[in-house]
Write a protein that binds this ligand. Structure first.
Ligand SMILES: NC(=O)c1ccc[n+]([C@@H]2O[C@H](COP(=O)([O-])OP(=O)(O)OC[C@H]3O[C@@H](n4cnc5c(N)ncnc54)[C@H](OP(=O)(O)O)[C@@H]3O)[C@@H](O)[C@H]2O)c1
Length: 339
């Protein structure tokens, strides 16, 4: 079968190469999935660059955590799925429910092989049915980006409720999934972006507060102005150290900040005074568990949410897709079709 690997020691996208591998077989309790699509997350760029946890990959590794496909064979004892089912693997192996704990829960795409291959075997416990309203291309965006957004909005701290102000930073994959899920929950959504055209596209998705963070470097003042001094009840914090100060100053009383990303780098003013004054909460988010994924899929079906796909590349255009994503001109998700 065709697959991509990141070569051991890779520090550039040149380390991404297409290879032939033996087609895997579903053992007891496992399902064999013919992959139809996979999508890119920010972390997927860092891994071939040798800049993810632990540095360059020590052995050849199949990239990407997020993909969707069809079950084409099942091993002995499989009860959760049948041949013909449409599924996604979960980001973490062996993480079904509950809070994070010190357990062996490796993630797809690093440190264990990911989904950029024609066939992938999952343990039946590490997969979910895709929402019935989604295509494979759309469902391929869910395991990391959407589950992270759902966890932040609906599981960490007080769940978002109608009338809340939800602030999403930028218009990348996690942020737009959060925008869509928050709207479905009845929230008002504010979006920051470096690009006015992207803000207009966010408005078309239902965002009601639009802030250009380049022309408004002190963008928390705009959050306060646009919410009549109330602030954000939930901040989808994908920027990290460089945006945290403004996120804290954007908070509503008793609001929450979901600490998710590092897009702005590692330097910033992290004086937490503003959180104290607001009686706010900060929650670390690391994707989520299978139960979150399944609950979110129900919300996606009931509300007929369709993830925002910026661009679809073919399997052989994988290196191009990585370079495109790195350019940050995308709005939503970058997806690869497989097969
Ligand atoms: N903790 C977790 O479980 C988890 C899960 C998923 C992702 N993450 C992290 O979350 C972050 C987002 O991931 P992603 O896959 O959604 O990324 P992505 O799609 O690559 O997002 C890129 C977009 O982020 C925006 N951006 C970049 N720098 C920014 C800044 N300084 N302030 C505000 N927005 C900025 C830009 O939007 P505009 O062009 O509109 O400005 C850019 O196009 C990454 O750091 C990723 O590692 C963490």
């Amino acid at each position: 079968m065709k697959a991509f690997v990141i070569k051991a020691g890779s520090t550039s996208f040149e380390g991404l190469v297409q290879v032939e591998k033996t087609k895997p077989v579903a053992g007891p309790g496992e399902i064999l999935v013919e992959m139809r699509a996979a999508s890119l997350n920010f972390r997927d760029l860092l891994i071939p660059l040798g800049r993810y946890f632990g540095g360059p990959v020590p052995t050849d590794l199949i990239p990407l955590s997020d993909g969707a496909g069809e079950v084409v064979a099942i091993g002995a004892g499989v009860t959760r799925f049948k041949v013909g089912d449409s599924v996604c693997g979960t980001f973490f192996r062996n993480y079904l429910d509950g809070p994070p704990a010190a357990a062996d829960r490796p993630a797809l795409g690093s440190p264990i092989d990911g989904v950029l291959a024609e066939y992938v075997v999952f343990n039946q416990q590490d997969a979910v049915l895709i929402p019935s309203n989604l295509t494979f291309i759309e469902a391929a965006t869910l395991p990391c980006a959407a589950v992270t957004a759902w966890h932040a909005l609906m599981v960490a701290g007080r769940p978002v409720r109608p009338g809340d102000n939800v602030l999403v930073l930028g218009t990348g994959g996690v942020s737009l999934q959060a925008l869509q899920l928050a709207k479905a929950a009845g929230a008002r959504v504010l979006v920051t972006s470096s690009d006015d055209k992207k803000l207009e596209r966010a408005r078309a998705l239902g965002a009601s507060g639009l802030i250009n963070y380049k022309t408004h470097p002190e963008w928390h003042t705009e959050v306060m102005r646009l919410t009549n001094g109330h602030g954000a009840d939930c901040v989808i914090e994908v920027g990290g150290a460089g945006t945290l100060k403004s996120s804290m100053l954007s908070l509503a009383y008793a609001g929450k900040i979901a600490m998710i990303g590092v897009l702005s780098g590692f330097q910033g003013d992290t004086n937490p005074h503003a959180v104290m004054l607001k009686g706010g909460n900060m929650h670390g988010i690391f994707v989520g568990n299978r139960a979150m994924f399944e609950t979110m899929n129900t919300a996606i079906e009931v509300n007929d949410i369709h993830p925002i796909i910026d661009k679809i590349f073919t399997f052989s255009q994988t290196a191009e897709a990585f370079a495109y994503m790195q350019g940050q001109s995308h709005f939503g998700k970058v997806v690869l079709s497989i097969g």
